[in-house]
Structures are given as C-alpha cells and as structure tokens.
Design a protein around this ligand. Structure first.
Ligand code: CA
Ligand code: CA
Ligand code: CA
Length: 306
C-alpha cells in the first residue's frame, strides 16, 4: 500500500476568484481527505468528494491538504501517473448562476459576509441582489458601493461595517431601489441524501437613521419561482429615526419541514424581500449577516417485508 500527501498553498491576490479542484483518475483509494481555507465557512470543506468548487476573496490564501493511498500493490506507477490529474484550476469569478453547495447533512454552514466588500465580485457563492425585486444585479451594475459604516445617501448595495470589519450584506433603499428588492441565497443539496428539514438563522442589522420604516421579509422556495413567506420572521425598522448612529442586530431563526423532500442536486432558494413599511422622507439602512443553514435528512421508518 502506498500513501501520499500533497500540500498546496494558493494565494488570491486581486479579484475574488473561484478555484475548481479535481482529484481525478481511476485509482482506488484516491481521496481528498482534508481541504481547509483561510475563510472560516465550513462549506468549503469537501472531504471525500472527488471535486469541489470554492470561492476565495481577494488577499486570502487557500491551504489544501490532500491525503490518499493506493491499496493494491504494484500500482505505484499508476499512482505517479495519475497524481498529475489532481488539477488545480483557478478560473475567474463565476458568481452568477452558482450555488452555495451544502455537502453534509446535519452540519451548520455559515456565511458571515466578512469577505463581501460591497462589490459584485465579492458576493459569496450563491448570493444575489435585486434592486427591483425581479432582475439580479450583475457585474456591470453601478449599484455596488463598497464598504461603509452607514449614514450614506446614495441608494445601492453596501457591505455595512457593523463592527470591527464585521460586514453585513446591506442596502440603502430609495424611491426607485429595493422598494421592493431582495437578497437571495441559492443553496444546493450537494449531500448524498434527500433533505426533508432545514434550520435557518440569520441576523438583521439596521441603522435607523431616517423617518421611514422598512420591512425585510424572509421567504423560501423549492423551485425558484414560488416563494412561501414566513411571516413570523419579518423585520420592520422603527419609523422615527434614532440619532445614536448605532447598528442594531435582530436575530431570526426558524425550522422548516418541506412538504416534499428536496432531492439530491436540487436547490433551495432563500430570499429576503425588502420594502417600505411606513413613514416619509429618507429610508433606514439595513442588511443581513451571520446566515447559518443546516440541511437535515430525516430517515423514515424502515419496513421489512418478507
Ligand atoms: Ca441613508
Ligand atoms: Ca459579518
Ligand atoms: Ca426609521
């Protein structure tokens, strides 16, 4: 039996990039056992998977540890040949059309948006924004305004700095933007089991610095077309402004049982729909952060028939 270890360090220096890692080749026992990165989201781990895709923010490094073994004697030459098929391919950002892949059931997947820098390119994988509640913003839109501590006037999408470089995916709504509009996260069931239940939690951060109130509704869909609203999770900002200038966090969480199991490879769409909720004049600034998702496979009763 021959063991091997490959250690790689890949540094992303400019724009956000997606890396595709393929451990290919018909070698029994070839496994990607461990894959860790600079960012703490566990969904980048692809233990045991032959291939995976990871999004890395600028100025971050990816640490890749690949362990494997060839269980049969006399296969060393084959191993040497196929090690070259462990390809590390760095491609340009592919945010549009991508999904946040959840490959393990029962394990929390976190997105803290701290890699989001208020640009299209740094949107997390599977994350989209719409300013008119129908079209998704693209790389050519000029509605991304970077990082800001709040107190802006220009409508658009921001990385709100709600703490010490703790960013939230946010928006400054206006008459023509985000009233309504939405944030969208597309989650792919990349587990090997059907998913029957889902835990979701997230924080809404709000800077109530204007005399309107705005709402943020949470909705879920299993086809990307028809959304169910979880009315108990709605966030509504205070109407009369608070001049303290502080960001206020409101936690939200729910447990969802799907009417039909989500098949392997299918997606779940999570949407936060923003809109006006009252008042006049300017609008508050708000956004979402600390998204946590757990997909659950609930085994049914096994009936033995003889
Ligand atoms: Ca403002
Ligand atoms: Ca954050
Ligand atoms: Ca207000």
């Amino acid at each position: 039996m021959t063991f091997f270890i490959i250690l790689s360090l890949i540094y992303f220096h400019d724009s956000s990039q997606t890396i595709c890692i393929y451990a290919a080749g018909p070698i029994a026992g070839l496994r990607m056992l461990s894959l860790t990165a600079c960012r703490e989201e566990p969904y980048i781990a692809c233990k045991g998977n032959p291939a995976c895709k990871i999004r890395c923010a600028p100025d971050t490094a990816l640490f890749l540890l690949c362990l494997g073994f060839v269980p049969l004697p006399g296969k060393e030459e084959e191993l040497r040949r196929y090690l070259f098929f462990i390809l590390l391919t760095v491609s340009s950002a592919v945010s549009n059309g991508s999904e946040m892949e959840v490959s393990l059931a029962g394990v929390p997947y976190l997105e803290n948006f701290n890699g989001f820098l208020g640009t299209y390119e740094t949107l997390p994988v599977g994350c989209f924004v719409s300013l008119d509640s129908s079209n998704l913003l693209t790389a050519t839109n000029t509605d991304f305004h970077g990082i800001h501590a709040g107190g802006v006037t220009a409508g658009g999408c921001y990385a709100w700095n709600v703490g010490r470089n703790d960013y939230a995916l946010g928006y400054q709504p206006t008459d023509s933007e985000f009233t309504p509009g939405f944030f969208l996260v597309v989650v792919s069931n990349a587990t090997k089991v059907v998913v029957q239940e889902l835990d979701v939690s997230y924080d809404v951060f709000c800077l109530n610095n204007a005399d309107r109130s705005s709402s943020l509704d949470f909705e879920i869909s299993c086809d990307g077309k028809f959304y169910s609203r979880l009315t108990g999770l709605v966030f509504v900002s205070g109407q009369l402004r608070d001049d303290s200038g502080s960001w206020v966090r409101s936690a939200r969480s729910c447990h969802i049982v799907f009417p039909k199991p989500v098949a392997v490879g299918n997606c779940i769409w999570l949407r936060w729909l923003g809109n006006d909720a009252g008042g006049a004049s300017s609008r508050d600034e708000y956004g979402i952060d600390n998204l946590r998702i757990i997909l659950h496979h609930k085994g049914g009763t096994v009936i033995s028939i003889r």
